[in-house]
Write a protein that binds this ligand. Structure first.
Ligand code: SAH
Length: 294
């Protein structure tokens, strides 16, 4: 009698364990599906302004995965990819999510996919993924990663949009922009920086970005109008040529204020009737916009 009871008890325990294992694998699968759906939903959301810092939405977790094709699912132009210092990039993205509660998934993907260390000088390689601006020579700096992400999100780029950057610097911001659209135009006033950025971008395979040496105050009339303009140096007023070269419905993200002081990061939208809507986004500190002497 006793062995029979023992066998029955063992049998019941084994059956229950199998049952538990089966349920565990089911629930794991369904939670994966749920996560993918959520990611998909975030990706398909085209209106980004509610998702940038300071956020109305909750804290984001770093959902970005390495070597994603491209944020908009387009394959029509080159998106250079590398696993170099991937764990550093993951940490940088994690900081954007946790410290700033930055939740714009396509921009997080772009920040994960573009190696920042490709664009910083040898002397500051070790700090390439710190959340800080870094010197790039000639008294200029590559912007802090959070500012790059924040300004990119404000542009609400899609692959059909033509975007102009004023202040190429290292070329990093231009590379981030080219994750979203093949129509990236960038102007740098300092010749050595423009040449180095151009060389770096083409060596790394960013082959659709057009770099020009010149005074970005005047814009790039030959390729105007632009759907988006990002200015990464600070003028004391919004340059009229940039407003003139903006498409109806287009937006400019620009720090405006006195050199050496805190400036106001403005989001300027040109409405269909040509009128402008200005929104102050946050205090920032950029290097000044320089003017060509002639
Ligand atoms: N976006 C850059 C960082 C820019 S720092 C990056 O990702 O690395 C600002 C840059 O603006 C500097 O390189 C500076 O030389 C440039 N700049 C300043 N005045 C300018 C002007 N009038 N036209 C174009 N570039 C200008």
């Amino acid at each position: 009698m006793r062995p029979k009871i023992v066998y029955t008890a063992v049998f019941i325990v084994v059956i229950s364990l199998c049952g538990m294992l089966f349920c565990f694998s089911c629930s794991k699968k369904s939670s994966t599906v749920q996560t993918e759906n959520n990611t998909q939903n975030r990706k398909s959301s085209s209106h980004l302004s509610a998702e940038v810092y300071p956020p109305e939405v909750g804290r984001a977790s770093a959902k970005a995965e390495p070597n994603q094709p491209d944020p908009n699912g387009q394959t029509g132009w080159n998106h250079p990819r590398s696993d170099e210092r991937l764990s550093d990039r993951k940490e940088m993205v994690q900081t954007l999510c946790t410290l700033y509660e930055f939740a714009n998934q396509p921009v997080l993907d772009a920040m994960l996919n573009v190696p920042r260390h490709w664009f910083v000088p040898p002397g500051v390689q070790a700090m390439a993924y710190e959340d800080t601006p870094l010197p790039i020579g000639h008294g200029q700096t590559i912007s802090q990663p959070f500012i790059v992400a924040y300004m990119t999100a404000l542009l609400e780029l899609t692959p059909a949009m033509k975007v102009l950057e004023i202040g190429t610097g290292s070329g990093y911001q231009a590379a981030i922009l080219s994750e979203f659209t093949p129509h990236v135009y960038t102007i740098e006033i300092l010749e050595p920086l423009a040449k180095r950025a151009q060389e770096q971008l083409s060596n790394r395979g960013y082959d659709t970005i057009k770099v020009r040496i010149g005074d970005g105050y005047k814009g790039w009339p030959q390729f105007a109008p632009f759907d988006a303009i990002i200015v990464t140096c600070a003028p004391d007023h919004i340059p009229q040529p940039l407003l003139d070269q903006l498409s109806p419905g287009g937006r400019i993200v620009i720090p405006v204020g006195r050199a050496g002081y805190v400036q106001d990061l403005l989001l300027v939208t040109k409405k269909a009737d040509g009128s402008l809507e200005k929104k102050s986004m946050m205090p920032v500190r950029f290097v000044p916009l320089l003017r060509e002497k002639n």
